[in-house]
Design a protein around this ligand. Structure first.
Ligand code: XBP
Ligand code: MG
Length: 256
């Protein structure tokens, strides 16, 4: 029987519900600071989430939703400066505790650590954003709990490409079937299953209608002993909250 050795977590939408009230707000603050009349509404941002990566998302917005904007010659630099400003606003929000971890995340990570389970992160977001979320929402020393924090531009192709998960597996010297990935979106599951990783999905407001074909199980959240999860798709585990026992049951179900 192949043993479960590592948990690999996506960040945005999985560890914390960061997009609507975090990243989106930070983008709008950066646009305002730059004197731009751009306003990414909740609805528009939901459409822009089709593209991962903040810099790539700004370019997608200009190409698809704001063609009338007179683009500067050095568009890459212009976007990079905007994104740097956005990241400053976003990390400041995280340092003020604006975005908490999702239900069950802190409890599961503590239990996994105590059991000796190896931990990693595979995310499209900027590394500074990961650090700020871990330090301010999980534990001030929690960056060191993750053997690999693979984030942002560290790989040539962002999600839905499998690069980021393949990078983590290589760095950890693990096979895909020795791990579980945790994701929240269509782009995310395309990436994790593209690297043949059994994947647990916890949906959120923006991703609840995404196609999660290939997921080991689809849940509304990670659950807690006193506040169980609901299974949206997949088998019903013995216990209705994610703990090591449930993870091992899901893992075995997925790899056999
Ligand atoms: C989510 C993303 C990121 C964030 C914005 O990544 O696609 O681009 O939306 O962060 P994941 P940046 O779900 O893989 O965590 O602006 O730093 O890209
Ligand atoms: Mg995500």
């Amino acid at each position: 029987m192949t043993e479960l050795k590592a948990l690999i977590f996506d960040v945005d939408g999985t560890l914390a519900d960061t997009e609507k009230d975090g990243h989106r707000v930070a983008f709008n603050l950066a646009f305002e600071q730059a004197g731009l009349d751009w306003d990414w509404s909740v609805t528009l941002y939901g459409k822009l989430l089709k593209v991962t990566g903040g810099k790539e998302r700004i370019r997608y917005y200009l190409d698809e939703f704001n063609r009338e904007f007179s683009q500067p010659d050095n568009l890459d630099d212009f976007i990079a400066d905007l994104h740097k400003s956005k990241t400053a606003f976003y990390t400041q929000m995280l340092s003020e505790g604006v975005i908490p971890l999702r239900q069950g995340v802190k409890r599961l990570i503590h239990e996994a650590r105590e059991s000796g389970m190896r931990l990693a992160i595979a995310t499209t977001t900027t590394p500074a954003n990961v650090s700020a979320l871990l330090v301010h929402a999980l534990d001030e020393n929690s960056e060191g709990w993750f053997e690999v924090i693979a984030a942002g531009d560290i790989v040539p192709a962002k999600k839905p490409a499998a690069d980021i998960y393949e990078f983590v597996l290589k760095e950890m010297g693990l096979q895909a079937n020795e791990c579980l990935a945790f994701e929240d979106s269509y782009n995310g599951i395309c990436s994790s299953t593209g690297a043949d990783l059994p994947t647990i999905i916890t949906v959120n407001e923006y991703t609840q209608d995404d196609d999660f074909s290939g997921a080991a199980i689809v849940l509304d959240n990670m659950g807690d002993p006193d506040n169980k999860f609901n299974v949206i798709d997949g088998f019903t585990p013995e216990e209705m909250f994610l703990n090591l026992k449930t993870l091992k049951q899901i893992h075995q179900q997925a790899i056999t």
